[in-house]
Each structure stands twice: as C-alpha cells, then as structure tokens.
Design a protein around this ligand. Structure first.
Ligand SMILES: [Zn+2]
Ligand SMILES: [Zn+2]
Length: 163
C-alpha cells in the first residue's frame, strides 16, 4: 500500500519543512500527495479503510502543522461548511475547486495584479498577499448531475426511508 519510494519521498518532504518524520505525518502527507482537497474526516476515513486507527485530534494537529509550515494549504468548502486541505503548490497560484469530487485545477496566471496595484494606491496599504479560489462543479460532476436529473431515483432511499 505504501511503496518504499513513496515513504522516502514523504520523509524527504517532511525533513525539508523542518518536521519530524513520524508514521502518522507520513500517512497524511501520502494522502495529500494523491491530489485534490481532503478534509480531516476524509483522511481519517481513508486511513480506516487501510485498516489503521487514526486519532482525530492527531490528524487535526498534523494538518494545522502542515499548513503553518507551508506544506499544505487550507480551503474553505462552502457546501460542507468545513475546511479541506491540499498540498501547497510552489509559487503564486489560484485554484478552481470542484465542490463535489474535490478536484483541484491550478491557475498559473494571477488575474488580480492590476487590481492589487490599484488597491495599493487607493488604500495605501502595504499589501503582502492575497487569496482567491473558485468553487463549482467540474465537467465530470456536471455530467453526473445531468445523468441523475434524467433518471430520478425511486421514492425510497437506500435505508428504506421515504425521501
Ligand atoms: Zn468534480
Ligand atoms: Zn494572484
């Protein structure tokens, strides 16, 4: 499930961010490296699927630590009203996040440079950074949505309760 190469890569990344290499940190990092945005609950669930017994408070601590050290990035997920985490890409980036499958598309160019310059001039703020993310449905999730709309599910849900 975890190749020695992947273990070594995770160890190297932790080291580069001045973080001690522990099995729990390597596990969280390995899942983040698979891509997309994951909540602490998602990570806990995936680790349990692998037969591990993650401690939720340890997971939150690791994700906070990764964010503080610039290894991970935190994103607010409006549909869940929760925070998700992704591996932080190098350089200044903006992102599109699919709220359904949590796929992340990186946008290389910054659409805010001119506006930031204008803000600096009008507010005289020494602006040090900005954050911008778009949320929506990716093409695959839009297609799945359209298929669902074409064939509505029967009246009873999987637990037999009327919906
Ligand atoms: Zn999607
Ligand atoms: Zn920007």
């Amino acid at each position: 499930m975890t190749s020695p190469g992947e273990q070594a890569a995770c160890g190297e990344i932790l080291h580069r961010h001045g973080l001690k290499n522990t099995p729990a940190r390597r596990q969280v990092l390995r899942l983040l490296r698979e891509g997309g945005v994951l909540t602490a609950d998602d990570i806990g669930e995936r680790l349990r699927d692998e037969g591990r017994t993650p401690d939720p408070s340890t997971l939150y601590r690791i994700l906070d630590l990764f964010t503080a050290r610039g290894l991970a990035e935190r994103h607010y997920l409006p549909d869940l009203r929760k925070y998700g985490f992704s591996l932080k890409a190098a350089g200044h980036r903006h992102r599109l996040i699919c709220v359904r499958c949590r796929r992340v598309v990186e946008i290389d160019r910054c659409p805010l440079e001119a506006f930031e310059k204008e803000l600096r001039e009008t507010t005289r703020f020494a602006i040090t950074g900005h954050n911008l993310e778009w949320y929506g449905l990716c093409p695959d999730c839009q297609a799945a949505e359209a298929r669902r709309a074409e064939s509505p599910p029967d009246k009873s849900g999987p637990d037999g309760k009327a919906q």
